[in-house]
Ligand binder design. Structure first.
Ligand code: PLP
Length: 345
């Protein structure tokens, strides 16, 4: 048996439908970083069949892979815009760059006039997009280009009470008042949950589709089952694993699992378990590159595999154990897992 990541496409589509029902305008889907590690070439077509008409990725090479999977039809926007050398990849595959600097606007106007584009404004996050003065410096060109989309991104949407939300809302409203764009877009998953004022014409959920916080009502999407290679008896006082960091306090049964930090199981994670059905079996000793050791003493029957991700130990629960966020757990999921897709496709 091989370590297997089961990805529920129906749950992804249902999460999109739920976010779409909350959104006042169009609901797009963000499937950058290979659909947060879950496989853009499979997730993309499933979402398109569920009704998604607009997709976002982060880089031109991802956009090309997605276009090949989707075929003609859905819009694909590239967040990184038009980087030097991207022109033919984008035009050959009908990808829409989200222009984020005066340099990109000018490059687009010079090489690709007549093609569709989007524009990103920076409303206070100071990460990507044009601030007011930079946008003003290319205002005439932007008017001539007639962007399909003008967007910005919220820095603190996962904290509803954060003052940045209203500050960025006000800045976006002011900056886009005179923009000729067809659609305005401010919100990712967190912004959708802030309410309709934040939705404008198009929302851009990512993590919520994949079952992660801040979308609390998301359906869980991933199950990760890891095979047991070997089980041994360990006497009180014996150690397990590198650094002898764990010592048996009782006669113990230790299962050795075929997955480790090379598979995205973060070595920094502490206090997590693998599950035999509903029963938690604590991981003991250090996570090594290809192996994990688990205390299965309390199981009456040893199964052939244990699960690391399920409906109890979700990506967000595991993230807390590793001092990170669900996004990083998902995008770290390793290339050695067999990926099984279930549900609609
Ligand atoms: C990643 C990203 C999104 C999606 O964010 P989630 O929090 O995953 O919903 C939307 N817009 C931009 C600009 C992004 O970088």
């Amino acid at each position: 048996m091989q370590a297997t990541l089961t990805i529920d496409l129906s749950a992804i589509c249902d999460n999109w439908r739920a976010l779409d029902a909350m959104s006042s305008g169009e609901t797009a889907a963000v499937i950058k970083a290979d659909a947060y590690g879950l496989g853009a070439a499979t997730v993309g077509p499933a979402l398109a069949a569920a009704g998604v008409k607009t997709f976002f990725v982060a880089q031109a090479n991802e956009a090309v892979i997605l276009r090949n999977a989707l075929g003609a039809g859905p819009r694909i926007f590239n967040f990184s815009g038009l980087m030097q050398g991207d022109d033919t990849a984008l035009t050959d595959h009908n990808i829409i760059p989200v222009l984020n600097s005066a340099t990109q606007v000018e490059r687009f106007a010079k090489n690709l006039t007549g093609k569709p584009c989007g524009v990103q404004l920076d409303t206070g996050m100071n990460r990507l997009g044009m601030e007011t003065a930079e946008a003003a410096s290319v205002a005439m060109t932007l008017h001539a280009l007639k962007p399909e989309l003008v967007m910005s991104h919220l820095a603190c949407a996962d904290e509803p009470a954060h003052l940045m939300n209203n500050t960025q809302f006000a800045a976006f409203s002011a900056m886009t008042a005179m923009m000729p764009a067809t659609q305005k877009s401010l919100s990712a998953t967190g912004g959708i949950l802030l309410g309709q004022a934040f939705h404008f014409d198009l929302t851009r959920p990512g993590i919520g589709l994949y079952g992660g916080l801040p979308f609390k009502d998301a359906k869980p999407v991933v199950q990760l089952d890891l095979p047991i290679i070997q089980v041994r008896d360990v006497l009180p006082g014996e150690i397990v694993g590198y650094g002898a960091s764990w010592k048996a306090a009782r006669p113990s049964k230790i299962a050795t699992i075929s997955s480790g930090y090379a598979d995205g199981i973060l070595r920094s994670a502490k206090g997590f378990s693998l599950y035999a059905g509903d029963t938690a079996c604590p991981v003991v000793g250090r996570v090594s590159m290809d192996l994990l050791t688990v205390d299965v003493t309390d199981l009456t029957e040893i199964p052939t595999s244990l699960s690391l991700l399920n409906t109890v130990q979700t990506v967000d629960v595991l993230a807390r154990c590793a001092g990170t966020i669900g996004y990083e757990i998902l995008t770290s999921l390793g290339g050695r897992y067999k990926r099984d897709y279930v549900g609609e496709n």
